[in-house]
Write a protein that binds this ligand. Structure first.
Ligand code: ADP
Ligand code: MG
Length: 250
């Protein structure tokens, strides 16, 4: 679905991504994993054209992503994106946030209503909370709204930046289970960012482990464990092992 060829990105003196080459397969969930600041969000924003690469190119369905906003629009409609922290508009209700793009595209009201109903069911969002503003929703509900908004146009690709980042452990656990079921049901191409190894293993078919703007290894969790490409892989995995006595590290 995506192919990155020699893609790099710099912000001022920070080399956020060194030239990297990567394929993200269609219909699978790829998790971008790595410590804070390693370039996960930058990579995700290159995938939907919010950022343009300094070098190299991003191919989407075999075609280079266009650079100008106008030409990018049809691609954007095929790519659902939920940014880090949810990124909901605080002055719009949950429903207004979800249906924003459909209204922009002048969907007939009946079609919008039908899609909203399907999404509420899919994400197990309480219908009666649709009229609430983000500040009146719980953290988990806000994430479900962000997910519904990303899915509204039934995109081919779903990009999720730390969708479970700021949630307490119980809500996080519940949403992890829901997300996995949703990915299995939709069979879309999903690219999800996390810094949590267990979450990456639970949700991802494939993990892309990153460090300091480089891809250290791509593969399944068991592959990373059994055949680490670099000592960093093992260190990263061991740092997130449960501690003896039942506590959790990191
Ligand atoms: P991650 O999502 O893995 O935490 P990011 O992709 O957000 O990392 O950031 C990678 C690096 O690029 C960090 O050093 C960050 O400070 C820097 N960076 C990201 N976006 C910008 C920006 N818009 N301006 C300047 N520096 C940025
Ligand atoms: Mg980030």
């Amino acid at each position: 679905m995506y192919e990155l060829q020699g893609v790099s990105k710099r912000f001022g003196s920070t080399q956020a991504l060194h030239p990297l080459t990567l394929r993200l397969p269609t219909g699978r969930t790829t998790v971008l994993l790595g410590p804070s600041g390693c370039g996960k969000s930058t990579l995700l924003r290159l995938l939907n054209g919010l950022l343009s690469p300094d070098t190299g190119r991003v191919l989407f369905d075999g075609q280079p992503l266009p650079r100008d906003t106008e030409a990018l629009l049809p691609v954007r409609h095929r790519v659902g994106y939920a940014l880090q922290g949810g990124g909901l508009f605080p002055h719009l209700t949950g429903e207004e946030n979800v249906t924003l793009m459909a209204r922009h595209l002048r969907w007939p009201a009946a079609r919008t209503r039908e899609r909203l109903g399907a999404l509420v069911e899919l994400t197990r969002f309480p219908v009666e909370a649709l009229g609430r503003y983000p500040a009146q929703l719980s953290g988990g509900q806000r994430q479900r709204v962000a997910l519904m908004r990303a899915l509204m146009l039934d995109p081919a690709v779903l990009l999720l930046d730390e969708p479970l980042g700021a949630l307490d452990p119980l809500v996080r656990h519940e949403l992890q289970g829901d997300l996995r079921a949703i990915f299995a049901r939709l069979r879309k191409t999903v690219v999800l960012v996390t810094h949590d190894l267990a979450e990456a293993g639970f949700l991802g078919d494939d993990i892309v482990l990153m460090r300091d703007g480089r891809v250290v290894q791509q593969g399944g969790l068991s592959e990373l464990e059994a055949q680490p490409a670099d000592p960093f892989v093992t260190r990263f995995i061991q740092a997130q092992r449960p501690m003896p006595g039942g506590g959790a590290a990191a």
